[in-house]
Design a protein around this ligand. Structure first.
Ligand code: PLP
Length: 388
């Protein structure tokens, strides 16, 4: 028996050297929306690209393998992947969701609940009393986002998976912040994993995409059929580009998280920094759990500064390597102000409950030289402190 390939090898080698038409080393891109029938009533493997497409299937197989799942459905965005998981809920079903998730996920969940598609209870999943109480309401689906966006709160996937199993609920984990290179929720007992592949999986900030990976084959087939009906599957070109990004996922994650650690260590004692949220720091409340359930601490971190008003603006406008923009997970470093950007639509009250203050800044650390990134932050913090 041949030894199973490591995830790192799968990420690089999927589809390589398999082209039977011309011997192309990298897999070809199939843009055709439709496929010929061999004859009357004789469909081939592929019929219509909304349903299935060879380029999209190649990415799906790679992601299913990297997550240790049965099937993956590649969607047009991360939101579409999350919505696909939410489609398993009926009007009387309860969703137990985190109170501090990505702002877009929060709004989607709230919007669907307001329209009567399901019921929702937002809880602090690190508060064991609140969590137990939430499970007491017999949820049908539990959503976990760990580490959470933007506060990097780490949630115990295996513990929640076992509580969900006991309550007869399914568990879906948003694994966007770590990618399958650094965390595999299905192996910790989750039923579904969702990704915004827009982020680390593609890694080059040039595709918006998503994926839902199921632990169970039948669940995957049912959701795949639903994705075809609702038309949320991704374009073949996006899938092709994303698969190209996957080939460098592991080395990107390794280098980016090394830089993030160096930046967290620089920021933590800085006089203009009040608090750093990064599970890689031993003092972070999520450190021990992250060290046990993750394969790395990731390349996202947040921090609160003592700079307010014009000083904060000066800090951001002085930065040269951290670009002020939404999104994350690309090779370039980005900075975001969640209260006015990614989490604006959540509303002030929900942000306050989640602990997202106006002083919070989120960094997506890229592949630039770490010392250059630290110099950039250092100069900009000094400029902010000197601002009138
Ligand atoms: N989940 C998380 C944790 C995110 O950060 C995002 C986007 O920022 C999404 C889901 C949504 O993904 P997309 O923008 O690809 O729809």
């Amino acid at each position: 028996m041949t030894k199973p390939k490591s995830a790192r090898t799968v990420s690089v080698s999927q589809g390589i050297g398999q082209d039977t038409s011309f011997g192309a080393v990298t897999p070809p891109l199939y843009l055709s929306s439709t496929y010929t029938f061999e004859g009357f009533g004789q469909a081939r493997e592929y019929e219509y690209s909304r349903t299935r497409n060879p380029s999209r299937d190649q990415l799906a197989a790679t992601l299913a393998s990297l997550e240790g799942g049965a099937l993956a459905i590649v969607t047009a965005s991360g939101m579409a992947a999350l919505d696909l998981a939410l489609s398993t809920l009926r009007a009387d079903d309860l969703l137990l969701a985190p109170h501090d998730c990505y702002g877009g996920s929060y709004r989607l969940i709230q919007g669907r609940a307001e329209r009567g598609h399901f019921k929702v209870l937002f809880v602090n999943q690190n508060d064991s009393l609140m969590l137990r109480e939430g499970f007491g309401h017999r949820p049908r689906l539990v959503l976990v986002e760990t580490p959470s966006n933007p506060l990097m709160r780490v949630v115990d996937i295996a513990a929640i998976a076992s509580m969900a199993r006991e309550a007869g609920a399914k568990l879906v984990v948003d694994n966007t912040f770590l990618s399958p290179a650094l965390q595999n929720p299905l192996l910790l007992g989750a039923d579904y994993v969702v990704h915004s592949t827009t982020k680390y999986i593609n890694g080059h900030s040039d595709v918006v995409g998503g994926a839902l990976v199921t632990a169970d084959q039948a669940d995957g087939e049912e959701l795949s059929a639903w994705a075809n009906l609702t038309g949320v599957t991704s374009s073949p070109f996006d899938a092709y580009l994303t698969l190209r990004g996957v080939r460098t996922l592991f080395p990107r994650m390794e280098a980016q998280q090394r830089a993030a650690m160096a930046i967290a260590e620089f920021l933590a004692p800085h006089p203009a920094v009040e608090h750093v949220y990064y599970p890689g720091l031993p003092a972070d409340p999520g450190h021990t759990l992250a060290a046990s359930q993750q394969k790395g601490f990731g390349a996202m971190l947040s921090f609160e500064t003592s700079l307010g008003g014009s000083a904060l603006q000066k800090f951001i406008s002085t930065l040269r390597l951290f670009t002020l923009a939404e999104s994350l997970g690309g090779v370039e470093s980005l900075i975001a102000h969640p209260a006015t950007m990614t989490h604006l639509g959540m509303g002030e009250a929900a942000r306050a409950t989640a602990g997202i203050s106006d002083a919070l800044l989120r960094l997506s650390v890229g592949l630039e030289e770490p010392a250059d990134l630290i110099d950039d932050l250092s100069e900009a913090l000094d400029a902010g402190r000197a601002a009138p």
